[in-house]
Design a protein around this ligand. Structure first.
Ligand SMILES: Cc1cc2nc3c(=O)[nH]c(=O)nc-3n(C[C@H](O)[C@H](O)[C@H](O)COP(=O)(O)OP(=O)(O)OC[C@H]3O[C@@H](n4cnc5c(N)ncnc54)[C@H](O)[C@@H]3O)c2cc1C
Length: 455
């Protein structure tokens, strides 16, 4: 079977790559996993996606949908077959101010949509740290979150409707342009977070909000993670839901300070980056309440940004984390264990214990407000002994998250990385139900086979 030849017939020569070098370029994502596709294709419209899927389904060729490849669970990693890269379907088709919604193709970069919405006085809140590169299609498939999820929710909270090509090449429209829609099963919710295993998103209708008038940001330092966690509870119990409540532990603080030299306290046990937004008349009052809650929790230092430049400087600390922590070691295993908010300090304590037990460097940061931590294990993949310890530490980490009433993933998804842990949380009946859905929608197991349900 000449797959590349058939792809050229469907898409045209300049939309198909099949040299070894080109195929290798699409073998990776944001994890350390890899798998080389037989051919890489770049559809430009829904009809082309349908034709590719019909062909693949008929011939039994696996298809691996892909956005920008920033995923942190191996969801877009191919295993032979067709890597279907959606980045050229990248038009914002409509921004409807009256109905507060937009209609976009899946390859639109998240930041591009945010900027377009903001230029019209509107707001698209989901803000994954990768927003300069990742795509709306990838965000929908992973149900991506970000710092603003605490107040505004995750991608799925903004999806009103989808146009999806099924694994057999048929077209399905879910939801629509209305705020409310309870017609039939909620297929939109089923497809959101389905990690490219149930259909290929070719268009989405997304909810927008009016742009918040203004925002204020503070950075508070604490001698321990416990005090920082106490501040989180105190802020929320005083009736403030910040836009963001981001935590960094001592290891992360030292890495960031060494990387950006912005005067972070090197003796702090933890820092919180806190942002509130809303009408100018209330944000000052809210940031004052935040500062007072931090004082109550024995913050050792509180800095409140006075203008945009200072706000930007404080956010720089958080934005630099991913790049800063690799100073510790070149291989970064980024996890996203999530626990109820009240258990954040417990989870950090368990992670520190795991780091000692397995003699590993682990930097902990993440979205403290919604209990979604990112323990990043920094190792060296060439050191096989160390990588074995990493594996054991990851097992222990998920064990801890589940024991504390949490979940394997708050936002990165399961993909290949966490497939072998799924049973621990979903249990046998949960897996059976998910497999039955997969089997019903993709009887020939064409879309993203081998992921999530087959760990
Ligand atoms: C530095 C960094 C920071 C990050 N920060 C965050 C964060 O704060 N929050 C967060 O949630 N994630 C974060 N991520 C993870 C990642 O960026 C998100 O999961 C993002 O949604 C992936 O988008 P993508 O376009 O890169 O998708 P890809 O990685 O290309 O694909 C991800 C999944 O989506 C599927 N897919 C892609 N397009 C489609 C489509 N059109 N139809 C059906 N399936 C499709 C793929 O098959 C795959 O399963 C971060 C990653 C990095 C590298």
């Amino acid at each position: 079977m000449n797959i590349a030849g058939e792809m050229v017939r469907i898409l045209g020569k300049d939309r198909v790559l099949d040299t070894k070098e080109d195929r290798l370029a699409y073998a990776f994502d944001g994890t350390m996993l890899s798998g080389v596709p037989d051919v890489v294709v770049f559809p430009q419209c829904t009809e082309q996606v349908q034709e590719v899927m019909s062909f693949a389904n008929r011939e039994g060729i696996p298809v691996f949908p892909r956005g920008a490849g920033t995923g942190l669970s191996g969801g877009s990693i191919p295993d032979g077959g067709i890597a279907m890269v959606m980045v050229d379907m990248n038009k914002i088709l409509e921004i409807d101010r009256e109905n507060l919604l937009c209609v976009v193709e899946p390859g639109v970069v998240t930041e591009t949509l945010q900027t377009a919405a903001e230029s019209m006085g509107l707001f698209y809140p989901p803000d994954p740290g990768s927003l300069k590169a990742c795509t709306i299609g990838g965000n929908i498939a992973e149900n991506a979150g970000g710092p603003r999820a605490l107040k505004y929710g995750v991608t799925g909270d903004y999806v009103l409707g989808l146009t999806v090509v099924t694994p057999e090449g048929k077209l399905v429209q879910t939801g629509g342009r209305t705020v409310k829609n309870v017609t039939g099963f909620d297929l939109t919710s089923l497809l959101v977070g389905s990690e490219g295993m149930l259909g290929v998103v070719t268009r989405s209708t997304l909810k927008l909000l009016p742009r918040p008038e203004t925002a204020r940001t503070a950075l508070a330092s604490f001698s321990s993670v416990e005090s920082a966690a106490e501040a989180v509870s105190e802020i929320i119990s005083r009736g403030i839901i910040p836009t963001a409540l981001e935590l960094m532990d001592d290891v992360t603080i030292r890495c960031v300070e060494n990387y950006v030299k912005m005067g972070l306290p090197l003796d702090a046990g933890a820092i919180l980056l806190i942002e509130v937004d809303g009408p100018a008349s209330t944000v000052d009052e809210h940031i004052a309440k935040v500062a007072s809650a931090c004082e109550y929790a024995r913050a050792t230092r509180i800095e409140v940004a006075r203008d945009e430049d200072e706000r930007d400087r404080l956010w720089k600390a958080r934005r630099s984390v991913s790049a800063a922590v690799v100073q510790l070691n070149p291989t970064k295993i980024s996890e996203d264990a999530t626990v109820p908010r009240s258990k954040v300090a417990h989870l950090v304590r368990r992670i520190k214990q795991i780091a000692r037990t397995y003699d590993l460097k682990i930097a902990v940061f993440g979205h403290a407000g919604d209990g979604n931590l990112h323990p990043n294990i920094l190792a060296n993949r060439r050191d096989t002994g160390e990588m074995k310890r990493v594996e054991e530490a990851v097992d222990a980490l998920f064990e801890a998250a589940l024991e504390l009433g949490g979940t394997l993933s708050g936002e990165h998804g399961i993909g290949l990385m966490k497939a072998r842990y799924l049973r621990k949380e979903a249990k046998e009946t949960g897996i059976q139900m998910m497999r039955a859905i997969k089997q019903a929608l993709d009887p020939n197991n064409i879309l993203n086979p081998g992921k999530m349900l087959w760990g």
